[in-house]
Design a protein. Sequence first.
Length: 214
Amino acid sequence: MNLYRKEVYPTSYYHGSVEDNQLLKDLLIPSIKEYSSDPDKNRPPNGWLTDNMVTSFSNEEVSQMLTDDTNEIGAELKKQYFKVLNGFFDKDFAISLDQIWYNVYSNGEYQESHTHLGGPTHPLHFACVHYLSFNPQIHTLLAFTDPLTRMRNFSIEMDSHNYSEKHRPLVQEGDFLMFPSWLEHEVKAGSPTPEYPRISIAFNITVTKYGSDE
């Protein structure tokens, strides 16, 4: 009898970096400061369990500014982001961008564990995060949650490789992550960093073509 062990159903995320993060900071941070000065337009939407993190998630004006490639900011974002995405995909692809927003953490804010799932008629395949302003010495890392955590509690895995419930990608300023929209993730509370806020740009994508499949 041949005996063997095979691991199945792995989960992958993709880790890269933008070409010129300083250029993006020079373009984006003045606009982010201007937009975020209006608290009524930068409140977390209902349902988010966070402590007043500054976010443009519900601000259509910001989303339009970041996606309009007829302006300098939108054109540069599209150029640099698509260069990273081209490195992630191993076949010809086409995507539609669902929404794009910024999150600013300056007073130790947190964001609860969540996913970026869409609906049955509006699937979202991947979530992306760009670390526009980030210092790993003072800022909190994003943490992914093992999607099998609850099931592992009801089973015994021999030689389980010391699975950890949380995985925190080691990122630097300018790094870019893409991960499945169903993968739970969170940002734990950290120390206040008002002089150097943690700023990320996030967006969701739907893959409309991959190789010969459409």
